[in-house]
Write a protein that binds this ligand. Structure first.
Ligand code: FUB
Length: 445
């Protein structure tokens, strides 16, 4: 645990969380509900913490508050800070650290944030509350009482084309749905148990509609595999639903609360893993592209480190969040670097591929590389399109004082490159040599 805290303290100084995976490294984030409002992408996750040392009987998940994130310039996740603290929940039990997966939805010009918390009246494991704001990032005005008639976790919201809103919630083995009144604060009828979900339905549900079909995605546990992400469809928002299969196989992640959005004409699955902590109660949110087949079924998503962004000139490219790595490894950065991971154990003809870098109109003049190096033999080259494609820049392997002593090198861009290209960094030295250079990030300007 001490190691984790130390790492988090280091990562706290990281500026600008980039939308490679994991999306955010300065705090632990789980249960990412992503939403697109007026063309901008937001995430409403929950927040895992290391239990405070003086907390007696810490809960299984230690979750004190909610942060909200927005994607800025297509590449950086901005943390808008705490939107709701556990001790500000008007109807909540104090210091219960039970702020599980939330959701937020826009109706008219207002944003409605739904969250579960432990009620102080002891009437249920979790009740669900709501707050209203004029902005997607708050501040929200929190309703004094929880939503009457609703107890459970994992609120998921759907607003149909006819304007009717639905609140899905549940967890354990049962998922419920109830239509909401126009004010979004009350349900109009007793919640209905969703029919048709498979045995092993566990929790969540992210409801959405595509081409007149209603989709529910949810955590689905198989006895021999563990948590997977599954989905079911219906022609009616209230069901019954038909199970359609898996969106993601088990990735050894313990829980897998998630969401699905269409952003810039591409579908994205947001989910979580434990990239930073190595512990499944200290999670980090991730995102990868998802595709529908022509018949409306969903292709399984394979988790990547690379994620979904398209860095452009002036953005830091975390090269260790690769699409492909050959003959090298990644590890946490040592020394005084705050930025997470590095490419290391590089040797002759190792390469790292990082897809979809936007060189814009071809105005790039130089590339910076953040390196640490304990020897002086060799070089590394930046190519586009293939390991033998056009060479963009060449850097010498320069002694920086050691394998954890970091410095920024700069090299001129050798030829005009415009548009979007896959980037290759190729390491060169004598055959048989190991450890040419450690590389943290690149910056093209
Ligand atoms: O993060 C706490 C709970 O774990 C969520 O509400 C569930 O969906 C599961 O991810």
């Amino acid at each position: 645990m001490k190691q984790i805290s130390t790492l988090l303290i280091i990562l706290l100084f990281a500026q600008g969380a980039l939308s490679q995976n994991p999306l955010v490294t300065h705090i632990y984030t789980a249960d990412p509900t992503a939403r697109v409002f007026d063309g901008q992408l937001y995430i409403y996750p929950s927040h895992d913490i290391v239990p405070p040392a003086d907390l007696e009987n810490p809960p299984r998940f230690c979750m004190p508050d909610y942060h909200i994130f927005s994607l800025e310039n297509g590449n950086t996740w901005k943390d808008h800070g705490v939107a709701l603290d556990q001790n500000e929940v008007p109807w909540g039990a104090k210091n219960s650290y039970g702020m599980w997966a939330p959701d937020c939805i826009k109706k008219g010009n207002k944003y409605y944030y739904y969250y579960p918390a432990k009620p102080k009246d002891g009437s249920a494991f979790r009740r669900i509350g709501v707050g209203v704001s004029d902005n997607p990032t708050g501040p929200f005005k929190w309703e004094k009482n929880y939503i009457d008639g609703v107890s459970g976790i994992d609120p998921g919201l759907l607003i149909d084309e006819d304007g009717q809103s639905y609140l899905f919630f549940g967890g354990g083995h049962e998922l419920y749905v109830a239509p909401l009144e126009n004010n979004m604060k009350k349900i109009t009828q007793k919640p209905l148990l969703i029919e048709g979900l498979p045995a092993g339905y566990k929790e969540g549900s992210f409801p959405f509609k595509k081409d007149s079909t209603y989709y529910l995605t949810f955590a689905h546990v198989f006895a021999d595999e563990g948590y997977t992400i599954g989905y079911a469809t219906s022609q009616n928002p209230m069901g019954p639903y038909t199970y359609q299969g898996k969106i993601m196989d088990n990735i050894d992640n313990g829980t897998n609360h998630h969401s699905v959005v269409n952003y810039n004409d591409r579908w994205i699955l947001f989910y979580h893993w434990w990239d930073i902590s190595g512990q499944n109660k200290l999670r980090s949110m991730r995102a990868d592209y998802m595709e529908f087949k022509p018949d409306g079924t969903i292709r399984k998503v394979k988790p990547t480190l690379r994620g979904i962004n398209q860095p452009t000139l002036g953005d830091t490219i975390q090269i260790d969040r690769y699409n492909e790595i050959k003959g090298a490894q990644t590890a946490f950065v040592g020394g005084n670097e705050p930025n997470g991971w590095m490419v290391c154990e590089t040797r002759m003809m190792s390469h790292v591929r990082f897809d979809q870098v936007n060189f814009g109109a071809g105005t790039a003049k130089s590339i910076q590389a953040r390196v640490a190096c304990g020897q002086r033999i060799g070089s590394f080259e930046v190519h586009v399109d293939s390991p033998n494609g056009p060479t963009v820049a060449t850097f010498p392997a320069q002694h920086t004082g050691g394998w954890n002593s970091w410095t920024t090198l700069e090299a001129p861009v050798k030829q005009k490159i415009d548009g979007v290209h896959d980037l290759y960094v190729v390491f060169k030295a004598e055959w048989g040599s190991t450890k040419i250079v450690n590389l943290n990030w690149l910056l093209i300007e």
